[in-house]
Design a protein around this ligand. Structure first.
Ligand code: MN
Length: 341
């Protein structure tokens, strides 16, 4: 048996909100990752199974390596189909916000969401939720992924037996990508019990791994090699490092969305590495995107808040710097100097 995620009060309230709704929209954060897309599709499968009119609106496009996912074509991308997205949000009476807990994570879609009079439900696993902006908050920072939370909820609502293989595959993908294929945040035995339950619904987990992680282009491999060889600098006796990625370099290696995803984890393969910082020029705005990962007892979330206008999880955080790359590097170096490793 799974430990229930929701209290009976929360479960009842969620059921009531779903029953009373006619038009449901599911939103995820800007720059959707596997968990954002997996949890959104996972919830949509459930709600459509109840014959509820349900649509997913994502603020910006998601990576190509997720484009095999069942029903992913049903997702409306705001930055590409603005009027459809606005129409969907405006006609919604219930909006689920998945895998984010603060409206600024919606970027350009923030205002439309904030203006909407629909009932808003947050289901998320990040720290410090903006609780006051939602009608129902299901926030569980100890959970490894929002997709795992969606599984729990569907299970508690008694719909597990009806879960299709496609439905299970979406949930599994989100659980897998948010834990680096179950290599971090994944020591709870219940996670593996859920994987077993998903396998019983017919998923091929080895095939899903291949579709997500073995779908590189030759250019992506060359880009990673180039960055690691030329742009990676070590600090504090190899306890910390910074690498940069410019638009010029992206052009050289025919960069497409998602090509740099995961690269920030690579330096953590070095024994004793505590902090990896990635500085990437944004492709649209004149800002530097900051991604961080930490390990070996150091936690990077506070650093993201104090130095990089951001936040996130204890060991996976990020932010942005409104300055050119050279200054961003100096800022990151100062941030590293402030740490007593
Ligand atoms: Mn997540």
């Amino acid at each position: 048996m799974l430990t229930p995620l929701l209290s009976s009060k929360e479960l009842f309230e969620l059921m009531r909100l779903i029953q009373n709704s006619r038009n449901i929209v599911i939103c995820c954060h800007h720059g959707p990752d596997g968990d954002a897309i997996g949890s959104s599709l996972g919830l949509q499968f459930y709600l459509r199974g109840l014959h509820k009119k349900t649509n997913i609106v994502a603020p910006s496009p998601y990576p190509d390596f997720l484009k095999w996912m069942p029903e992913n074509r049903s997702i409306t991308v705001y930055s590409e189909q603005k009027s459809t997205a606005i129409h969907l949000i405006d006609s919604a009476d219930l909006i689920f916000c998945l895998d984010f807990n603060a409206f600024h994570r919606l970027n350009a879609m923030q205002e439309i969401l904030e203006k909407s009079k629909a009932i808003k439900v947050m289901i998320d696993h990040h720290e410090n939720p903006e609780e006051e902006k939602f009608n129902l908050v299901i926030s569980q920072p100890q959970m490894p992924s929002t997709s795992e939370m969606i599984f729990h909820i569907i299970y508690q609502l008694g719909a597990y037996e009806k879960m299709s293989r496609s439905h299970a595959a979406c949930i599994y993908t989100g659980m897998m990508t948010d834990t680096g294929a179950f290599t971090y945040n994944s020591n709870n035995p219940e996670t593996f019990y859920i994987i077993a339950l998903l396998m019983k619904r017919g998923i091929d987990k080895d095939e899903i791994y291949k579709k997500v992680y073995h779908s590189w282009s030759a250019n992506k491999l060359k880009l990673w090699s180039y960055i690691l060889n030329n742009n990676l600098t070590f600090y504090a006796n190899n306890s910390a490092c910074i690498y940069t990625l410019t638009r010029e370099e992206m052009k050289t290696y025919k960069y497409i969305r998602g090509d740099a995803e995961g690269l920030v984890n690579e330096p953590l393969k070095i024994k004793g590495m505590k902090l990896s910082i990635a500085l990437r020029e944004d492709t649209e705005e004149n800002i530097i995107r900051v991604s961080m990962r930490s390990a070996n007892g150091f936690h990077c979330r506070q650093l993201a808040e104090e130095w990089f206008n951001g936040g996130g999880h204890e060991d996976a955080a990020g932010g942005k710097l409104p300055m050119p790359m050279e200054e961003a590097v100096k800022t990151a170096e100062k941030a590293i100097e402030s740490i007593d490793f």
